[in-house]
Design a protein around this ligand. Structure first.
Ligand code: PMP
Length: 305
């Protein structure tokens, strides 16, 4: 990660080293923080930077802030302004990942609802070719958190304790990525991404009620698949279906599209990147960079034309 010059805190641009929180704040003590991870893609020919799917990310952000009962309400316009001001102040002209977070400051307990601060940071994170994104995956013994205890559809820092345990287990066992099952034993998602498989040419991904984050990229993938004439299914997925899949990939803002070439040490299909995965990635990248694919509703340009 390259360090940006400025980070936005409560709408003020502060130097990187001054972006701090107190060690006794509820955000540090209990992970009381709602966040979004976004990406912006640089188009050198157009000399334009595009933040993708801003509206969708901020809708989820509003929902998480509401469910966490934070003493704050942000409008999408306000948040968009903060993101654009930050990218312009840092004069970003390359692919970046962004983090927007609302978090509980002060020295309260786990049920404190304020005071809330809002931060936004952008840091370099390139996007390589699909072949460089392939991963091995293993089903981990930790189960995905459930809606009855700590809802996975809230994008809250504390939820990532579960991701951490699974991800560490996967790595210790020699896999690049973890696949979590729900407590009912069905496929949920990865540690920081959703999972899709292809069976009989159909794109299948666990439904939104199967212990997943309601991923912006997952929805984009479903939209692209339908455009490409690939039938889609959102439904419960059994673990053994993973072994029957012709293709599999993780999807998320950070990982983008990551082809899974083996699961539990069994090859997925022929162990190569599949055609559906490749076609979806090509259209995703074109849409993100503004060179075809989906229209302007995907992208918010940062610089005046
Ligand atoms: N699931 C989890 C647990 C995640 O952390 C992420 C990354 N935010 C995703 C799925 C993918 O979500 P999105 O496509 O909105 O980035």
């Amino acid at each position: 990660m390259s360090t940006p010059q400025f980070i936005s805190i409560n709408k003020t641009l502060v130097p990187y080293d001054d972006a701090r929180v107190h060690v006794l704040s509820p955000t540090v003590k209990y992970g009381a923080l709602v966040f979004e991870g976004l990406r912006a893609y640089w188009n050198a020919e157009q000399e334009q930077l595009y933040v993708i799917k801003l509206q969708e990310h901020f809708e989820r952000f509003h929902n998480s802030v509401k469910a966490m009962r934070f003493d704050a309400k942000y409008s999408t316009e306000e948040l968009t302004g903060i993101v654009l001001d930050l990218l312009r102040a840092n004069e970003v002209r390359s692919d970046v990942h962004l983090r927007v977070a609302a978090y509980v400051e002060g020295s309260g307990l786990y049920d404190s609802t304020g005071p809330i601060s809002l931060m936004c940071a952008a840091y370099g994170r390139g996007s390589g070719p699909l072949a460089a994104k392939t991963v091995s995956a293993g089903v981990v013994s930790w189960r995905r958190i459930s809606d009855a205890a700590t809802p996975p559809r809230l994008k809250v820092a504390a939820n990532y304790h579960n991701a951490r345990l699974g991800s560490l287990e996967a790595k210790i066992n020699g896999y690049d990525e973890a696949i979590f099952l729900t407590s009912q034993g069905r496929v949920a998602e990865g540690a920081g991404s959703c999972l899709a498989i292809v069976r009989d040419g159909r794109l299948i991904t666990p439904s939104k009620t199967e212990g997943i984050l309601e991923s912006v990229t997952r929805q984009a993938v479903l939209d692209i698949a339908r455009d490409l004439g690939v039938a889609t299914e959102e439904r419960p997925v059994d673990r053994s279906e993973l072994y029957f899949a012709e293709e599999a990939f993780f999807c998320g803002t950070g990982v983008e599209i990551a082809p899974v070439t083996s699961i539990d040490k069994l090859p997925v299909g022929d162990g190569q990147i599949g055609e559906v995965t490749r076609n979806i990635w090509d259209r995703y990248e074109a849409s993100a960079r503004g060179v075809g694919g989906h229209g302007p509703d995907w992208r918010t340009p940062v610089y005046p034309r």
